[in-house]
Design a protein around this ligand. Structure first.
Ligand code: HEC
Length: 124
């Protein structure tokens, strides 16, 4: 899955130039739903710590801005940016980085897929 995920991301970045294709690929890659992801990000308060394009009020400065997240190579400087790693980070950041200030916010498995789908729409 690791290699497959990387290939999928690379193919998607190269191919998904138009918005609709990019949205479809983000959902295919993650099994999540972008609209639900947007709602989950607001519900879980991610925007209190992150600037997130397309999320009203998401202008926090505690964590890094998540603009163009789909184009990042690494997650939190620790994990390759691929769907399963992203979902793990979103749900349980302390299993990756014990001292991170990013909290476990109670995100469910389905919400993690949805949020990942949304984050993978963020590109130039
Ligand atoms: C209390 C503040 C806080 C909250 C709330 C928070 N985060 Fe974070 N987040 C951080 C910090 C700080 C980092 C940087 C961690 C690191 O690099 O070690 C981070 C890193 C990340 C990263 C990796 C960014 C990168 O550039 O590699 C993602 C993706 C992310 N958070 C998504 C989320 C999502 C989605 C939520 C809501 C479910 C959320 N965060 C809630 C503080 C927060």
């Amino acid at each position: 899955m690791k290699l497959l995920g990387r290939i999928a991301i690379a193919a998607w970045v190269a191919w998904g130039c138009d918005g609709k294709q990019a949205r479809q690929s983000a959902e295919l890659l993650t099994g999540g739903d972008i609209a639900r992801g947007r709602a989950a990000i607001r519900l879980r308060g991610c925007g209190s710590c992150h600037e997130i394009p397309g999320i009203p009020g998401a202008n926090g400065l505690v964590g890094p801005a998540l603009d163009r997240f789909a184009e990042r190579i690494y997650i939190a400087g620790q994990l390759l940016n691929q769907p399963e790693n992203l979902m793990t980070w979103i749900q349980t950041p302390h299993t990756i980085e014990p001292k991170t200030v990013m909290p476990e916010t109670g995100v469910t498995g389905d919400e993690a897929k949805d949020i990942a789908a949304f984050l993978y729409t963020l590109r130039k």
